[in-house]
Design a protein around this ligand. Structure first.
Ligand code: AMP
Length: 250
């Protein structure tokens, strides 16, 4: 296999307590720690392992978004990716725009495998991989917890509601990662230094796709209602009384 393309979305770090902006127009990102979407780190780790086994020659990381996505791409390069592509835009990028953009890069780079996260933890859409496979007219194996390559085929164990499902897909294909696929490596300081010299190409989103306007308008963001304090009860009958007081049981 020649190339693997991996999507890295820049998202608010999963340890950050999300705050909604006062005007409800979105969540606060100023001064907030941003990271690679955790499922995308898993996608990159898997691509690196495939290359290290000798089953691929190049791993390319791609991020679509604002200029600051360079930080996440540099982290991807420090993890071990060979080169990076930033598709730059200041506008929000929804799954369909991301999939259409990735398709353009696929046409240019001709990868045999595209690995994405099963979902981005900011919008929890879980759509981009599926849309990309449809637009590319290639197979998809989503929610992967194991991936084996055999020549022109991939055997993928998928995490589904009923347990595990094993499917075989012809390559090229889109695989999206689930949490148990692997544990991503830590970046070491010398790798961060080395990553500064690796190629990072920047393209304008408008040069790849013409209409990137979101197809879905978000009306308002609101924080969940504050939870009231819990009540300690000493036994089951006090619990039943407390529930009855609240009108939750008769
Ligand atoms: P979503 O459909 O938004 O939940 O995203 C699923 C996956 O698609 C993510 O885990 C990424 O691998 C990829 N993806 C979505 N948006 C972007 C983006 N703006 N840049 C790079 N990859 C993306």
């Amino acid at each position: 296999m020649q190339k693997i393309l991996v999507g890295l979305k820049r998202v608010v770090d999963y340890n950050v307590r999300i705050r909604v902006k006062e005007d409800g127009s979105g969540v606060v990102t100023d001064g907030v720690k941003m990271s690679i979407n955790p499922f995308d780190e898993i996608a990159l780790e898997e691509a690196l392992r495939i290359r290290e086994r000798g089953d691929a020659s190049e791993v390319i990381v791609v991020s679509i978004g604002e200029e600051d996505c360079q930080q996440q791409l540099r982290t991807g390069l420090a993890m071990g990716a060979d080169r990076a592509i930033l598709v730059q835009t200041d506008q929000p990028v929804d799954p369909l725009a991301a999939a259409r953009t990735l398709l353009k890069l696929i046409e240019k780079e001709q990868p045999e495998l595209v690995i994405l996260g099963k979902q981005a933890i900011d919008d929890d859409c879980n759509q981009t991989g599926q849309m990309l496979a449809a637009l590319w007219d290639r197979p998809q194996a989503t929610f992967a917890s194991q991936l084996e390559l055999n020549g022109q085929q991939a055997k993928v164990t998928r995490e589904v509601d009923a347990g595990l499902e094993v499917i075989e897909v012809d390559l090229p294909a889109v695989v999206t990662t689930d949490l148990r696929l692997n544990e991503p490596r830590y970046v070491k300081l010398p790798d961060i230094m080395k990553a500064k010299k690796k190629p990072l190409e920047t393209l304008e989103l408008s040069a790849l796709i013409d209409d990137a306007a979101p197809y879905c308008a978000i009306g308002e963001h609101a924080a969940p209602p504050q939870r009231s304090r819990g009540v300690m009860v000493n036994n089951a009958s006090e619990l039943v009384d407390a529930l009855r007081d609240k009108g939750l049981v008769n």
